[in-house]
Write a protein that binds this ligand. Structure first.
Ligand SMILES: Cc1cc2nc3c(=O)[nH]c(=O)nc-3n(C[C@H](O)[C@H](O)[C@H](O)COP(=O)(O)OP(=O)(O)OC[C@H]3O[C@@H](n4cnc5c(N)ncnc54)[C@H](O)[C@@H]3O)c2cc1C
Length: 291
């Protein structure tokens, strides 16, 4: 199928993009990699009257570490992140698992974050590691914690005229590790189930900070504070990982579908969280604060 007719603007600057979006309201969409928006337009799930293409805006493709954060600009593609040695932990672990090489070459991390697909991978990773979304609108810039940014299935906290300019991921200063374990039916598929884990260790070897988040087992990417609370302040052990995994499985609300039954998905959550935590702690122990 073909999309319905739309107007197209190639914005040359952030201000121009925001002004066009403000004028067009919710009938206008930003176009980044087009890897979610264009398929939706082709099957008429989305029919925007106007697209504001942000791909020609200079300065949005920055990927750097500064001020204790990994900063990912709005035009950083999944493939850029996968090829970079700047990410660590769950972020580095997830990057090669997003879709397939074609999609990774065009799709952007920030587009994925803005899209808020509950089957998308990045928002689970960001919920586990701790991140902020930087949004710019006509009245300035604001920073939105990822927990507040995700508003539900395919909805976010952006105003109609706000553009995500970058995502900032906190880089821990002590020993840390993380994983993204994703089960997919075939290469390039969305997750049947995936689990992001993040661990930071204190000087006595206990867990000082923990992040656990799940993909495709809830109506949105799901952070699991009950699992995190099991871990924080404790010495890492296999029994502790199993207890946290049980909390994650209890929080999940998977649905039976073509990818598997709800019971099976819950069991995958249990296994992936336990396994992911063990790997994250192992990484943290080896990292000795170097990442
Ligand atoms: C075959 C296929 C397989 C896929 N598999 C996976 C997968 O396994 N895991 C996964 O996570 N994703 C998957 N995706 C989705 C892919 O990762 C997309 O790239 C991503 O979801 C959206 O990024 P984009 O840059 O393409 O955004 P676009 O498609 O351009 O935009 C998506 C939405 O976000 C908005 N938007 C984009 N950028 C911004 C911004 N800077 N500020 C505000 N709003 C913005 C757009 O207006 C639109 O509403 C798959 C896609 C395809 C086609």
């Amino acid at each position: 199928m073909f999309p319905s007719a739309f107007d197209y603007i190639a914005a040359a600057s952030i201000d121009e993009a925001i002004a066009a979006k403000a004028e067009g309201g919710d009938e206008t969409r930003f176009l980044a990699g087009g890897q979610s928006l264009l398929p939706m337009m082709k099957i008429r799930l989305a029919a925007p009257a106007q697209l504001v293409d942000i791909n020609r805006i200079a300065g949005l493709d920055g990927l750097e570490r500064s001020n204790g954060h990994l900063r990912i600009g709005a035009l950083v593609r999944h493939a850029d992140l996968a090829a970079s040695d700047l990410p660590s932990g769950a972020v580095a672990s997830a990057a090669p698992w997003i879709a397939d090489p074609l999609v990774r070459n065009l799709g952007t991390v920030c587009g994925s974050v803005a899209h808020c697909d509950p089957e998308g991978d990045w928002n689970s990773v960001l919920l586990a590691v701790g991140a902020d979304v930087v949004a710019r609108g006509p009245s300035g810039t604001r920073t939105i914690p990822i927990e507040s940014f995700i508003d539900g299935m395919f909805t976010n906290a952006l105003a109609d005229d706000e553009l995500v300019t970058e995502v900032q991921i906190r880089v821990p200063d002590g020993p840390s590790g993380g994983t993204y374990l994703k089960l997919e039916r075939k290469v390039g598929d969305y997750a049947s189930v995936a689990a992001a884990t993040h661990i930071e260790l204190g000087t006595d070897g206990s867990i000082s900070r923990a992040g656990v988040a799940l993909t495709s087992v809830y109506p949105q990417n799901l952070k699991v504070p009950t699992a995190e609370a099991v871990l924080v302040g404790e010495q890492p052990t296999d029994e502790l990982y199993a207890e946290a995994a049980e909390a994650a499985a209890a929080a999940a609300e998977p649905r039976s579908d073509v990818r598997g039954t709800a019971d099976w998905k819950r069991q995958v959550v249990r296994t992936y969280v336990r396994r992911g935590l063990a790997q994250a702690v192992d990484q943290a122990t080896r990292s000795n604060g170097s990442r």
